[in-house]
Design a protein around this ligand. Structure first.
Ligand code: URA
Length: 252
């Protein structure tokens, strides 16, 4: 698949820091914007980053921002380079290699599921910041006794964990045990609003349960299939999905 990097003129200018989308539309309608030497007054016209764009005669640096959803397989490193192990970069087509894409946050080597990949540094920073409390839901398969009401309430209130030899606060999270499957394995959904390293596995271990498989199935209201067979796919985010990320991080 070849990725089309054409973008709306108002979006490309807003991304480059000229102003908000509505300020940019104003500037365009006044005839101040030229594309390849010709005045363009239609904010919805499509341009590419190879076009020369000027505002009042000043050339604009329009590095295109790109947004992808990657369904990371188990056994892939969340990294853009690794000499020994398969990593996210192996799934990025050659025409996108120069676009400075990187994964937002990290999934463990043995976690599968939803990973946002972008070159939008501000969005990436905000999605990872605990300040915006972006919800992330994980489907965990685990060994151990079933979750009790008391444990579920402890998780929902937040609690202190000491598995590293010092006290750390775990923010309130939502735990929902699922019906046991026919093969006797137990599963639960856990929604976190922060992103500490190995947080899901550590929460389960705190309650004497061992996660045997982990899949992130939702982030900021963007959902993917619960089926790990869908892993390995990379696709551009839809406008609706992108809006969910911007809304969740105060960038709308
Ligand atoms: N929590 C974990 O334990 N692992 C992940 O990959 C993500 C969240």
């Amino acid at each position: 698949m070849i990725y089309n990097v054409l973008m709306r003129l108002d979006r490309i200018l807003a991304n480059s820091g000229i102003g908000t989308r509505s300020q940019v539309r104003d500037i365009i309608s006044k005839g101040s914007v030229q594309v390849n030497g010709a005045v363009v007054k239609d904010a919805s016209s499509h341009v590419s980053e190879t076009d020369s764009i000027t505002v009042n005669g000043v050339e604009i640096n329009c590095q295109t921002k790109l947004y992808f959803l990657f369904d990371k397989p188990d056994g892939v490193l969340t990294a853009m380079e690794d000499k020994r192990l398969p990593c996210v970069a192996d799934f990025i087509p050659p025409e996108l290699i120069s676009k400075k894409l990187s994964p937002v946050g990290r999934l463990d080597y043995h976690t599968s599921g939803l990973l946002i990949i972008t070159n939008d540094g501000e969005l990436s920073h905000r999605l990872q910041s605990p300040k915006y409390e972006v919800p992330k839901t994980y489907l965990a398969t685990f060994r151990g006794i079933e979750w009790t009401e008391e444990e579920i309430n402890t998780v929902s209130g937040g609690f202190t964990i000491r598995d590293k030899g010092y006290a750390e606060q775990i923010a309130p999270a939502e735990l929902k045990p699922l019906e046991k499957s026919g093969d006797g394995t137990a599963q639960a959904l856990l929604t976190l609003y922060e992103g500490k390293t190995h947080e899901v596995r550590r929460i389960f271990a705190h309650f004497e349960k061992e996660v045997t498989a982990l899949r992130r199935i939702e982030l900021a209201g963007i959902k993917i299939s619960e089926d790990p067979d869908s892993c390995g796919t990379l696709r551009p985010l839809t406008d609706e999905e992108l809006k969910k990320l911007f809304d969740a991080t105060g960038l709308s």
